[in-house]
Design a protein around this ligand. Structure first.
Ligand code: FES
Length: 508
């Protein structure tokens, strides 16, 4: 590859360069103990844990395994999830804030132990996690967070100097965190699960759960996976179970550049306290050190042209690190719950055989492991110290309700705004590799013109709950601002909660 400071034309996650076993499509009805939907960190870890205990497991994924958020993560294994511990102490109390920290650290230990036990070369290495600020407004917040760390017994240091040459005035270090290569780790867990009898199926989309004596996962092709327990590990739950998840979470995107720089990486994993978020870690690519530069979070389907987010990261990297070559670019989507704690447990109080894990707020490498362990413990009747903390049925009036109202007002705004606004670009004036929203036969339509000048036209009404999707130029997808569904330019579902593709419109 010629060295280039230009952004790569197409997004591609470096993690996904690793060879991963492929699995067949489900072509018949089957009966198992546990049916898992979703082949990311949660589903695969759960399949591994259950299969090892001789539980009969089937795991299905709508596409390829490890190609969702897990395949596009930054793979920091840390309990430092932004400035949250002071907030958690205030909202949930000291005991629960400490439990949250312990759950994350248990996940880190789990990854390290399993990597050792199975001799997985997943580049696991201990690193400090560092949150830093260059803003006077945040100095006090870092000091308050440090007090919260001390209250909870978190090994840490407040400092004025950090190894990296980013502008900063103060930093808070959480000691002994880690980073790794998530796909190298999880592909082995998937293989081990299969060795222990788990069945994996790809290109198999779950569309519903039905009940007879036992629950059954229904696939788009009409097959049934009859099971004693269903584990919804599909990122946004494909099945709601009256848990009202679309009103209890919002989706955000974040962007990643893998960069070659002349500067040596000084160690540590970094994140800014203030917006716009800038986050850094190192990675070895083809034996050479590279920098991952991450940030530019925004709600899915909202904000500026998505390619501009990559450019903003590129500018930051150029100024702070000096860019020799941009090796990869990719982005990921994450879900945040109303009180910032993930939802892990029974999908609703009414349905005790269907489980859900979602809302990891960008910190899925630890929360994903926590989720797999909590739910597999509940299914097997084992006690788990964290199950109550993450239960989706928890009720916390503050801050949930205030934010609930705001998020739903936002959804309503997008339902209406999307239907009224049209760009005046016509299809004819479209450049190659560009898209526009227009009206065709009276319908709001999204049109993408590909590199070969073929047009791809879809109805922009999201098939989930009817919001209007927006063009994502960075990934060439149609993204829904309401609950984060994403569709390819041909309309196929790439990310739920939508289950059906966008309707295609033929251009006459
Ligand atoms: Fe809910 Fe589009 S994702 S309306």
């Amino acid at each position: 590859m010629a060295e280039s400071k230009e952004l790569p034309q197409f997004p591609e996650s470096y993690w996904r360069k690793t060879d991963i076993e492929s699995y067949p499509k489900l072509e018949e009805g089957i009966k198992v103990d546990v049916g898992i939907v979703g082949g990311g960190i949660v589903g695969i870890t759960a399949a591994y844990l259950l299969a090892k205990q001789n539980v009969k497991v089937a795991l299905i994924d709508a596409g390829e395994i490890l190609n969702g958020t897990t395949g596009h993560t930054t793979a920091k294994i840390t309990a430092q999830h932004g400035l949250i511990y002071d907030e958690f102490i205030k909202h949930f109390g000291e005991e629960k804030a400490k439990l949250y920290y312990e759950a994350q650290m248990n996940a880190k230990d789990f990854i390290e132990e399993i990597a050792k036990e199975l001799s997985i070369d997943c580049e696991f290495e201990e690193q400090d996690a560092i949150i830093y600020t260059n803003s006077d407004d945040y100095i006090t917040q870092l000091e308050t967070e440090k007090k919260a760390y001390d209250t909870l017994g978190i090994e840490s240091e407040l400092t004025d100097t950090i190894p990296i040459k980013a502008h900063h005035k103060k930093a808070l270090i959480m000691k002994k965190q880690a980073q790794y290569h998530p796909i190298k780790f999880l592909k082995v867990l998937a293989e081990e699960a299969v060795k222990h009898g788990a069945k994996f199926y790809e290109n198999t989309t779950a569309i519903d759960v039905e009940y007879n004596k036992h629950p059954a996962i229904i696939t788009r092709d009409g097959h049934r996976i009859i099971c004693k327990n269903v584990f919804v590990a599909s990122h946004f739950p494909f099945y709601d179970g009256q848990g009202f998840y679309p009103t209890r979470m919002y989706a955000e995107r974040a962007y990643v550049l893998a960069i070659k720089s002349k500067k040596n990486y000084p160690g540590g994993m970094y994140i800014t306290a203030e917006e716009p978020t800038r986050s850094l870690r190192s990675v070895k690519i083809d034996g050479e050190e590279a920098w991952l530069v991450i940030g530019e979070n925004h709600k899915t389907g909202q904000g500026k042209s998505t390619i501009d987010h990559y450019k903003a990261l590129q500018d930051f990297a150029e100024a702070q690190i000096g860019v020799e070559e941009i090796l990869y670019r990719w982005s990921a989507q994450d879900l945040t719950t109303l009180d910032k704690l993930p939802y892990i447990g029974r999908i609703s109080e009414e349905e005790d055989t269907v489980f859900v894990a979602t809302g990891f707020r960008k910190w899925g490498m630890t929360n994903g492991i926590v989720a797999a362990r909590v739910i597999t413990d509940i299914i097997q009747g084992n006690d788990n110290p964290f199950s109550e903390l993450f239960s989706p049925s928890r009720f916390q009036a503050d801050p949930s309700l205030r934010k609930f109202a705001r998020i739903n007002a936002d959804v309503a705004k997008h339902l209406i705004k999307g239907k009224l606004e049209f760009t005046d670009q016509t299809i004819k004036s479209l450049s190659k590799d560009d898209a526009t929203v227009t009206r065709i036969n009276g319908k709001r339509a999204g049109v993408y013109k590909d590199q070969e000048e073929n047009f791809h036209c879809v109805d922009t009404t999201c098939t989930h709950m009817g919001c209007e999707v927006e063009w994502n130029s960075g990934e060439r997808t149609w993204d829904c601002p309401c609950h984060g569904s994403r569709f390819s330019y041909t309309g196929e579902v790439m990310e739920g909660p939508a289950k059906r593709p966008l309707e295609r419109i033929e251009l006459e």
